[in-house]
Design a protein around this ligand. Structure first.
Ligand SMILES: [Zn+2]
Length: 290
């Protein structure tokens, strides 16, 4: 089967990247976890085979809690993706991360509580290593592409994923800063966990659109101009993220690399007695083991 690089577009990016994909066709894929947020767009970008998925679905109808993360990742895997480049809007929790810059998140704190976060519920006890939740190899490739393009980009950052859909209170925002968070968002989890369980490389380009509510807004800023600023930052981030992905895919190659550690995450992860696991349940998850 052909290998693909999966690209997940979040708020801000949405379907914008789809316009850059050539020789494209839509793949309607079903999974044991239901339908993904949208059909996958298969095609070429920078000479690579890519699969694109709009995380929030057509018309941005799916809220972060309602995104079918398991179906999204499973569909990508089933269609041949071995690596995922994800994008997502975020709020900055740090003085050093300015809205409009890009951040390649390297750590997560998961505060979500009503999403399916494992493929193996009711199948077996499976515990994947997750100390380093994103792929170092892909982060380096994207970071190198960023340097070449002179894009304002941070090579690491701790992303706190909250359930939402409401934004944080000030007290929560201060707490997230005290925890060491650099970014707050609502969608990278459990996506990154599921990608790890699916033995795929995963990298997140976070797009901070504003400072979270810990930072008082400048006096005299009204809601309208604040919103315009946020939209402006997000479109700058999206433009840069698209350029970054195109550059990385065009020049760096080797995004799909079966020797990467992420691709062997299930090797030592199954703690159940394999003779006692219900085989038909495991077979249902067959593609995860590829
Ligand atoms: Zn990897």
């Amino acid at each position: 089967m052909d290998k693909y690089i999966g690209i997940i577009g979040g708020s801000g990016l949405g379907n914008l990247l789809a316009e850059h994909i050539t020789d494209s066709q839509l793949l309607v894929i079903d999974t044991p976890f239901g339908k993904p947020a949208a059909p996958l767009l298969a095609g070429k970008l920078g000479g690579n085979n890519v699969l694109f998925l709009n995380r929030h679905g057509d018309g941005h109808l799916l809220s972060p809690s309602n995104i079918p993360y398991a179906a999204n990742i499973y569909a990508m895997k089933k269609a041949g993706a071995t690596a995922i480049i994800a994008t997502g809007a975020a709020g900055s929790l740090s003085e050093n991360i300015h809205p409009g810059q890009l951040v390649l998140a390297d750590q997560f704190i998961d505060k979500t509580f009503r999403r399916q976060s494992s493929f193996f519920d009711n199948v077996a006890a499976v515990h994947c290593e997750f100390a380093n939740p994103t792929c170092d190899r892909l982060r380096t490739k994207l970071s190198d592409a960023g340097k070449k393009l002179k894009i304002d980009i941070h090579n690491k950052g701790t992303y706190i994923c909250m359930e939402g859909p409401q934004f944080s209170t000030k007290a929560e925002s201060m707490m997230h800063r005290a925890w060491g968070g650099d970014l707050i968002g609502m969608t990278a989890m459990p996506e990154a966990k599921l990608a790890r369980e699916a033995q795929m490389c995963y990298v997140l380009i976070a797009m901070p659109s504003d400072y979270d509510c810990w930072k008082p807004v400048a006096k005299g800023t009204d809601k309208k101009s604040l919103l315009a600023e946020i939209i402006g930052n997000l479109s700058k981030c999206s433009e840069n993220a698209i350029a970054l992905i195109k550059e990385a895919l065009g020049n760096n190659g080797g995004f799909c690399d079966d020797s990467c550690g992420c691709r062997k995450s299930l090797e030592m992860a199954i703690w159940s007695d394999k003779t006692k696991i219900k085989q038909h349940r495991l077979e249902k998850l067959g593609v995860l083991f590829e």
